[in-house]
Design a protein around this ligand. Structure first.
Ligand code: ZN
Length: 287
């Protein structure tokens, strides 16, 4: 396993981690000050700062993207909605290409309208087939742009509203169906928060291998968890076996950044410098 104790060479910060405290330009500055070489920004943050300015700032700071958040949300209640989702994903690919990233993260989506609390359907099977079609169509476009797509399975507690792809196995089945040659154009973003509980996790990480493991996200699972979305823990504060999972990922050939991604009302309430310094400290000691 790589030794993380001496520096931050392989650390990336998902910019949602301090999105309530700082603008994206300020996050990039704060990361650069700490010697952090990678981030994973969100589309709304990039849009607010202006994509050309962000691309310039990243280049000047020598910071690369360990991912771009996010594409996906393919299912829709009608043909117009499906087409709009594909168009939005093409835009996300274009932005990802402009910024230069190792992958565009895909959160699949699930029952149309569920995210707004008004599900238009109960048919998760239909949602899954729309996701497969949506990824297939986006993959053609992304290949042309040279942007790899990384499907991120989400914890099943979010299966109704955010992702009907809940396990690494499901995500890899889609990869095998759409990219049987393991070309590197399609893979997974493995997030310990969503997958730590999975009895098949070790076997599926081995199955994924270097070609499919495009991103690795860390935080921790708090006991008790008080919110389905915004109560993620800082690494070391919960029950996820972080070292064990990273050993599996690295044994499968992954040598890329380890991205800290924490959605947390309590960490958003702290000063950004404290949060980032804690991320660095925990990365070096418990990740
Ligand atoms: Zn993630």
């Amino acid at each position: 396993m790589r030794d993380f104790s001496q520096g931050v060479e392989h650390l990336s910060i998902n910019t949602a981690t301090v999105r309530k405290q700082l603008t994206l330009p300020a996050i990039i500055e704060a990361c650069a000050r700490r010697g952090i070489r990678a981030i994973d920004p969100w589309r709304d943050q990039v849009a607010a700062a202006g994509i050309a300015a962000v691309a310039r700032q990243l280049k000047d700071a020598g910071i690369v993207l360990s991912g771009y958040c996010r594409g996906g949300f393919f299912p829709a209640a009608d043909a117009a909605g499906l087409a709009a989702a594909l168009e939005d994903n093409r835009r996300a690919v274009d932005e990802a290409k402009t910024l230069g990233t190792s992958c565009l993260v895909l959160v699949a989506g699930s029952l149309p309208g569920a995210l707004a609390g008004k599900p238009a359907s109960k048919d998760i099977g239909l949602a899954r087939s729309q996701v497969l079609d949506g990824i297939a169509a986006t993959l053609d476009y992304a290949r042309g742009a040279g942007v790899p797509l990384a499907i991120e399975p989400l914890h099943p507690m979010q299966a109704a509203d955010r992702a009907c792809i809940s396990t690494l196995e499901q995500a890899l089945d889609i990869c095998d169906a759409l990219d049987p040659g393991r070309t590197g154009a399609l893979g997974v973003a493995l997030d310990v928060y969503h997958t730590w509980w999975d009895p098949k996790l070790a076997a599926q990480i081995a199955r994924a291998g270097r070609e499919r493991l495009l991103a690795y996200h860390v935080c921790d699972w708090l006991v008790p968890t008080r919110d389905l979305l915004n109560d993620r823990g800082m690494m070391g504060d919960g029950i996820i076996e972080l070292r064990k999972i990273r050993a599996l990922v690295e044994a499968a050939g992954y040598a890329g950044p380890v991205e800290v991604e924490i959605f947390s009302d309590s960490w958003w309430a702290r000063p950004a410098d404290d949060v980032l310094d804690t991320c660095v400290a925990r990365y070096r000691t418990v990740v």
